[in-house]
Design a protein around this ligand. Structure first.
Ligand SMILES: *Cc1c(COP(=O)(O)O)cnc(C)c1O
Length: 361
């Protein structure tokens, strides 16, 4: 194949190679340790629904039942929801809807790579506002950048992946006030934060789009289900470029079942994750030379003196973690928080490499 055949904007993309994971404990992708089909109530309703699915029919193109169910969860109207193949599809639809080649997309950094990648494919100019030291996001700097550039789309990941930090709703509201264009708030991890969603702000700001997902707190990464929340006219605009029958019937069914049993699922999945996160944060911060960044999510970013040595030691302990090639994340490792047992194995690896600081609280 000739490289010239490729769309110009993707010619220097590296081929996406995922090395085969050999380790058995996989904590590199912020997946849940819990299987939704292990809830007897969920399993029974899902299997019953599966029996009624007519496989030869196309799925409902607007997933009306699912929108209603999701609207009940986030307290808005069904018309203010667009259900998608993971939050990733919402990101892609947003950019497809609003970006012309040459438009500016603004992101704080470090953050989720997909915003910049999808924007680059469309020929957007991606502008990064770097965090202050210690991965403190600088709201004034971001607000100033919005005011100066009026980017077509601004992405705010809240809580942020990979740093785990969270901004209060009031900070997001200032950004919405400053922006004349779309502000996307990605709340993929909100359920672990104990903080309220910014969704109610859409009553006052027509430029807000919120992204949510069932991949993390609901443990549904394999089913691919996320959603965008915005004013009705924005949701209608996002639907302009979506494939007609993008969301398959099985995913729509599982989404409805998950919403029906959401209290049970979240009540089971979230508190132990928060407990293990707090435990890991406390214990990890006791190692000499290790910096732990406070997290409002189901993962923890740590900086260690020698990243490659830690990754190798984790591998030896049969644990696969996330590390980064980006310069601003040098020697940083992201650990998904799962069970207490895995947390203790992580701590054992740290103990084998680093000294515990005596006399800590
Ligand atoms: C995981 C994640 C998503 C969405 O993932 P999907 O599996 O596509 O729903 C979106 N944003 C961030 C920051 C994430 O970490």
């Amino acid at each position: 194949m000739k490289t010239e055949w490729l769309r110009q904007t993707i010619r220097d993309f590296e081929p996406y190679k995922v090395p085969e994971i050999q380790e058995h404990t996989i904590i590199n992708a912020n997946e849940s340790p819990y299987n939704i089909l292990d809830f007897p109530s969920v399993r029974a309703d899902f299997l019953k629904g599966l029996d009624e699915i007519k496989s030869y029919r196309y799925p409902d193109p607007y997933a009306e039942d699912l929108r209603k169910a999701l609207a009940g969860y986030v307290h808005c109207r069904p018309g203010q929801i667009l259900a998608t193949n993971g939050g990733d599809e919402t990101i892609s639809l947003i950019l497809n809807t609003f970006i012309n080649p040459g438009d500016t997309v603004l992101v704080h950094t470090p953050t989720f790579d997909i915003y910049g990648i999808d924007a680059t494919v469309l020929g957007a100019r991606v502008v990064h506002v770097p965090d202050d030291d210690g991965y403190c996001r600088n709201a004034e700097k971001l607000q100033q950048a919005i005011a100066d550039m009026q980017p077509k789309v601004t992405f705010v990941c809240n809580p942020n992946n990979p740093t785990g930090s969270i901004w209060p709703v009031a900070v997001i509201e200032k950004l919405l006030q400053t922006a004349d264009n779309i502000v996307v708030v990605d709340e993929a991890y909100l359920e672990f934060s104990g903080q309220d969603s910014v969704i109610p702000l859409m009553d006052r700001y027509d430029n807000l789009i919120v992204i949510r997902t069932l991949s993390k707190a609901f443990g549904l990464a394999g089913f691919r289900l996320g959603y965008g929340v915005a004013r009705e006219d924005v949701i209608d605009a996002l639907s302009l470029t979506k494939l007609s029958y993008h969301l398959n019937s099985v995913t729509q069914l599982m989404g409805c079942v998950a919403m029906k049993h959401r209290d049970e699922i979240l009540g089971h999945n979230v508190p132990p994750t928060i407990g293990n996160r707090d435990y890991l944060e406390r214990e990890l911060s006791g190692f000499e030379g290790v910096t732990v960044y406070p997290s409002a999510t189901n993962f923890i970013l740590v900086r260690v003196p020698d990243g490659p040595a830690l990754i190798a030691a984790m591998k030896k302990a049969d644990i696969c973690v996330r590390f980064y090639s980006a310069k601003d994340l040098q020697n940083c490792i992201r650990l998904t928080v799962t069970t207490r047992d895995v947390a203790d194995r992580i701590l054992a690896v740290f103990r084998s490499l680093y000294k515990e600081v005596a006399g800590r609280a």
